[in-house]
Design a protein around this ligand. Sequence first.
Ligand code: PGA
Length: 245
Amino acid sequence: MKIVANFKMNLTPSETKSYLMNFIPRYKSSHDLTLCFPYTNLTLASFLVQGSSVKIGGQNICEDEDVKTTGEISGKMLKDCGVNKVIVGHIERRVKFKETNKMINKKIKTALKNGLGVVLCIGETLAEKNTLKTLDSLKTQIEECLKGLYEKELENIIIAYEPVWAIGTGATPLAKEIETSIKAIRKVISEDFSPKAGEEVNVIYGGSVNYKNIISFSKIKNLNGFLIGKSCLDGDNFLQILSSI
Ligand code: PGA
């Protein structure tokens, strides 16, 4: 399975060192695992996972390469830190930094141009869910975020379905509801690119994944993996989760 761990603004470089020195020798699963750390930990983390199958990811990329912006990070920098892929479109960035689908589209193009894979987060708000607008919302986000991309580029993109109301809240959709959304995501890709692309694109689920719900969620049809936030923070707990699926 494709597993993306989002550490958000957790772990200092020294905490990352302790985490990985405990985690890496004990990680025996065959998942395609990417650990996404804050900028400050990327070079060290890349060094510490050397020789293992674990990849390192970033949590943001500046969409604009030409304007050297204070506090931002470029694709070239991420690549040079040993980063394999980058999360874009996370709801926390959409809300706090007013990231729009248009900006996210630019971020995706910049990441791909720099040889980085992309984890594109999309998901409906609670209001959209309650007014039965989930599928419309997913369609708009996919179409605006993937605008102008070539079908071939989808190979380097993982779509993370993360209902906004499930992130960090402990609440989750029913497995059946996740399955419906995954199916809808594949349908949009299939209409906008090709049926083959719709079948082959990687789609994962994120939002309050834990050791209890992951087992039943892992049986969802056409789901390729998980984006995990809180449950990756304790290395022992995360190892347990990874070996249970
Ligand atoms: P959570 O976070 O697993 O803590 O809900 C997921 C995310 O923010 O991507």
